[in-house]
Design a binder for this molecule. Structure first.
Ligand code: SF4
Length: 445
């Protein structure tokens, strides 16, 4: 019998480790001689999920959280790493064992408008996975689909209706019934309530909680709404640019976040008390491309607590932020290749993609009190860009302004009890802790 085929074959204990993920990577593309660098959607993550718990996975859109969820249930193939389910690595399963894993691990998708086939009746949609796995006989399959309709709060007469006859909330109930059809133990809920009205969201969340208890389910709950996650999840993992930045028990993490990225995400939640002294941390710029992530910490291009090189430790925040934005612009320029036509136009003094760098320098630095040595480095890089050598400009800025956060990947450090881990150089004795740095920044801005 397969080790991954489901609840009927094993007496498992709530609270024991069910899924263990080690160094999991999912990269797309790359590989050929002329190919672009690969997209590093998930870039080496480690975590575990306990039986019966709900682990939340949060982060901005594009951070890799949906890809991670899809890779766990093998809708995507892992590039590297392992996903152990009760000790069996599911990334290597094939044939019947893979089929068993797919039966035991299901997914509920974000958009109930597009995730259901409009040409099938509700009954056919719920029954489809049972038919595909040849589950018992036709009569049993129909009875199971009818039972599931009731379990998710719909009625038996809905069996012969079509998705377009239902509201968004009802359609999501159908999606949940379908995911439950094969009696899975583990369900990935990929933004299951984001597309719904707030009042409907609460009902679906309650339904998911009730079903978890009734059917002993384990959830990975993917979301960008931090309030919803706080309500439903036992533990939370925070993801940025393919990496888990912090993971811990929900209340501990919300009340005592250690990672600068988590701190900035949480600071964006509106505070019920307007007189509260908590400050919002506004992150500059946008996340870098996952094709070209930073060499060091993934968050290093936007981090409000980034460790600077010694000689720039006392430069004003505004000046340092302008340097980071400038580096981002030059970094993007170095990724653009100047085509033959642009080169020709440039040779006769016409447009080139590189020629507006002076404008960028003026926009970023002219209103600031910039020390002479920094001004000199900024201008040297601008000249290199105008010379058509943006890679050299990027290297010049790297040589001058790179610090440990740019150059070295941090480790995951234990920051509190209960398996609370955070990925940051500032958790070592060598550097000042995150808290005073963030406090100074928010006070000064
Ligand atoms: S390692 Fe550096 S850049 Fe990354 S979160 Fe910590 S302080 Fe910020």
């Amino acid at each position: 019998m397969s080790k991954v085929s489901g609840r009927t074959e094993r007496v498992a204990q709530a609270g024991e480790t069910m899924i263990k993920v080690e160094n999991l990577k999912k990269h797309y593309g790359g590989g050929g001689v002329f190919a672009q660098p690969s997209v590093k959607a998930v870039d080496g993550v480690n975590f575990s999920i306990k039986r019966g718990e709900t682990l939340g996975l949060v982060g901005e859109s594009g951070c890799g959280k949906s890809t991670l969820g899809r890779t766990l249930i093998r809708l995507e193939e892992a590039t590297e790493g392992t996903i152990s389910f009760d000790g069996t690595d599911v990334t290597t399963l094939t044939g019947d064992e893979l089929k068993d894993w797919r039966r035991n691990a299901q997914m509920v998708f974000q958009d109930p408008e597009s995730s259901l086939n409009d040409r099938m009746t509700i009954g056919e949609i719920i029954r489809e996975p049972l038919d595909a796995h040849d589950w018992k006989d036709k009569q049993d399959r129909q009875e199971r689909a009818l039972d599931l309709l009731t379990a998710v709060g719909l009625r038996e007469e809905h069996y012969y209706r079509y998705p377009h006859q239902f509201s968004g909330g009802q359609r999501q109930r159908v999606g949940i019934a379908r995911a439950l059809a094969l009696e899975p133990e583990f369900i990935v809920l990929d933004e299951p309530v984001s597309a719904l009205d707030v009042s409907v969201q609460a009902k679906i969340i309650t339904l998911l909680e009730d079903l978890q208890e009734e059917f002993d389910l384990t959830y990975l709950f993917i979301a960008h709404d931090l309030s919803v996650v706080r309500h439903i999840c036992d533990r939370v993992a925070v993801m940025y640019l393919g990496k888990i930045m912090e993971i811990g028990e929900t209340e501990e993490l919300y009340e005592n976040a250690h990672n600068p990225y988590t701190r900035s995400l949480l600071s964006a939640i509106p505070h019920p008390d307007p007189s509260s002294s908590s400050h919002r941390i506004t992150l500059p710029g946008t996340p870098p491309s996952p094709r070209d992530p930073p060499t060091g910490c993934q968050f290093s291009t936007r981090c409000p607590a980034k460790i600077r090189p010694e000689e720039y430790a006392h430069v004003e925040h505004e000046v340092w932020d302008a340097i980071e934005r400038y580096r981002e612009v030059v970094r993007e320029r170095s990724r653009m290749s100047l085509g033959t036509f642009d080169r020709l136009k440039r040779s006769v003094g016409r447009f080139s993609a590189y020629d507006d760098i002076d404008e960028t320098v003026a926009d970023l630095f002219d209103d600031l009190d910039v020390p002479a040595d920094i001004r000199e480095h900024v201008e040297t890089a601008a000249e290199l860009v105008k010379d058509g050598r943006p890679e050299d400009a990027r290297s010049h800025l790297i040589d001058e302004f790179n610090g440990v956060c740019d150059m070295q990947r941090p480790e995951l450090h234990q920051v509190a009890n209960g398996g609370h881990l955070s990925y940051c150089h500032r958790h070592t004795d060598e550097y000042e802790d995150v808290d005073p740095v963030i406090t100074r920044r928010t006070r000064d801005t």
